[in-house]
Design a protein around this ligand. Structure first.
Ligand code: PGA
Length: 251
């Protein structure tokens, strides 16, 4: 049995004051939800204040990116050890990083290795574009991203399947389609890590998840939670998704 993860990717949103306000409102809403691992991924500036507010709760903290080098002349970047001072998780290879900041499967691979060496759990994002989806290339693209991105890494990671065309668009993939792709992902993970480890890896769906559609995803056989963007920016909306995950887990 895999404990589901509901992770909120705040992207480039929330000042420290806004972050504090959101977290203070959110914590009481998810007080009695023991079977779901919640992870908040604020922008880097809010990692420290949010970590202070999460003390004494089971809510995890994640960064949205990091560099693979341990230190040095990399202006604007954060090293793994800087991230792990506050966070337990780190999102790597998000499609926005791949599209706007030149991330490749190769850089994602280096980052996963450095994150794991630092004790961080990577949330590795994969997903196909609309064109690739229409051309029936989803399986090929996802398999390529996973095999290259996860080359020689440890199995202590989380995968987020996020079809690019479903991110921030309101055009969520249907739960069945997402579940089928996630089954393909688990088959590739089985090739890479063996069946035992592959069964333990959580695979999340991401792309326009909200309270009103969350249950459809969480009721699928192979979807182990969600990576949530827009709907994680409001405490009540994000808590609704966490509650949906809890209900499916105890069912
Ligand atoms: P969305 O973003 O929920 O706003 O579609 C998901 C993500 O990019 O992780």
């Amino acid at each position: 049995m895999r404990t589901p993860i509901v992770a909120g990717n705040w992207k480039m949103n929330k000042t420290i004051a806004e972050a504090r306000e959101l977290v203070a409102e959110f914590i009481p809403l998810v007080k009695n939800i023991p079977d779901v691992k919640i992870v908040l991924c604020p922008p880097s500036t809010a990692l420290l204040p949010v970590s202070a507010l999460l003390e004494g709760t089971d809510i995890g903290l994640g960064a949205q990116n990091m560099h693979w080098e341990v230190s040095g002349a990399y202006t604007g970047e954060l090293a793994p050890a800087m991230v792990s001072e506050f966070a337990d998780f780190v999102i790597l290879g998000h499609s926005e990083r791949r599209a706007y900041f030149g991330e490749t499967d190769e850089s994602v691979n280096k980052k996963i290795k450095s994150a794991q060496a630092e004790g961080l759990i990577p949330i590795v994002c994969v997903g196909e574009s609309l064109e690739e989806n229409k051309a029936d290339e989803t399986e090929k693209i996802i398999t390529g991203q996973i095999k290259a991105g996860l080359k020689n890494v440890g199995a202590n990671l989380v995968i987020a399947y996020e079809p690019i065309w479903a991110i921030g668009t309101g055009l969520a993939a249907t739960a069945e389609v997402a579940n089928n792709t996630i089954k393909i992902i688990r088959a590739v993970l089985t090739e890479l890590f063996g069946a035992d480890d592959a069964q333990k890896i959580r695979i999340l769906y991401g792309g326009s998840v909200k309270g009103s559609n969350a249950t459809e995803y969480f009721s699928q056989s192979d979807i182990d939670g969600a990576l949530v963007g827009g709907a994680s920016l409001k405490a009540t909306a994000f808590a609704e998704i966490v509650v949906a995950a809890q209900k499916e887990t105890v069912k």
